[in-house]
Ligand binder design. Structure first.
Ligand SMILES: C[S@@+](CC[C@H](N)C(=O)[O-])C[C@H]1O[C@@H](n2cnc3c(N)ncnc32)[C@H](O)[C@@H]1O
Length: 275
């Protein structure tokens, strides 16, 4: 990626990446436990004004609305918001859906009682800008709740597997799983939050098949992998090396015996801050 790329162009690329594949199907397969956990950890209840940042298809926004909150679900990728809106309508829930970059939220200061993000804001490249925006739109005394993959966990290892094949990130960009590091989160929020609770958790999900089937599922559904493989289409040797490294990673990370469907442990950091 060129060092001179504009922010608008960078974010358009990111939105295109997340719209590729089939993220709604990935959420349904093994990410659904996350949204309700974040909503419960933040004590979201009736009448609260909640902003979900990088909400995708509403994995956290929809349970927040089910809990009786007034929810705005925001995300960079309109296609995912459309899928979320359809899910919410099918459940008879009314939410606001807004296209928004986590680094430049289009909301006034102190608008929300609770600001949440489930494995979402971590994907915006400039972490301090995101942290500043989360604090800014949360009212004094309100709650900021985040759930992020850890660097040491399975998804952190997946990003390290992809890294050598990816184009260099723009100057100053930081890797997503850093948001799963306690020290990094403390530094980002500094003394602008009154309290900061940091808890590591994990859960195990059975995959649709063996490690090879797991890799195929990611190649079909997970935007960052779909986009990376598309970029490598004219470099067949590097593409083959990526696929090989990905399968080796999925084989190593499998916690189930060889004759059973693969099982993977997803570790995340749950952050609950009071402003
Ligand atoms: C792994 S998905 C998580 C979606 C949802 N929160 C969930 O729990 O399923 C990551 C999301 O981050 C969004 N995203 C990436 N960069 C963003 C940015 N700069 N601002 C807002 N959203 C962003 C993507 O569009 C995508 O919906």
């Amino acid at each position: 990626m060129s060092a001179t790329i504009s922010d608008t162009e960078l974010k358009a690329r990111h939105a295109g990446m997340w719209a590729s594949g089939d993220y709604p199907s990935m959420v349904e397969t093994f990410l659904l436990p996350l949204g309700p956990r974040l909503v419960a950890a933040c004590g979201i209840g009736p009448g609260m004004r909640v902003l979900d940042v990088a909400a995708g298809t509403g994995n956290a926004s929809i349970p927040a609305a089910e809990a009786g909150a007034e929810v705005t679900a925001s995300d960079l990728t309109p296609e995912l918001l459309d899928a979320g809106r359809a899910r919410a309508e099918a459940a008879g829930l009314a939410l606001d859906w807004a296209v928004a970059d986590a680094e430049h939220l289009p909301f006034e200061d102190a608008t929300f009682d609770v600001v949440i993000s489930s494995i979402g804001a971590m994907f915006a490249p400039f972490h301090q800008a995101v942290a500043d925006e989360l604090v800014r739109v949360c009212r004094p005394g309100g709650t900021i709740g985040l759930l992020s993959w850890t660097p040491e966990g399975m998804i952190g290892a997946l990003f390290r597997t992809m890294g050598p094949f990816a184009p260099p990130p723009p100057p100053g960009a930081q890797p997503p799983p850093l948001w799963g590091s306690e020290a990094h989160v403390r530094e980002l929020f500094g003394d602008r939050v009154a309290s900061l609770e940091l808890i590591r958790r994990s859960y195990v999900e059975r995959s649709p098949g063996d490690p090879a089937a797991y890799c195929e599922f990611f190649k079909q559904t997970f935007g960052p992998i779909v986009a990376l493989r598309t970029q490598l289409v004219n470099e067949p040797e590097r593409l083959a090396a990526l696929d090989r490294d990905f399968l080796a990673f999925a084989t190593r990370a499998n916690e189930a015996p060889p004759d059973r469907p693969a099982e993977y442990r997803y570790e995340y950091l749950l952050v609950v801050a009071r402003r």
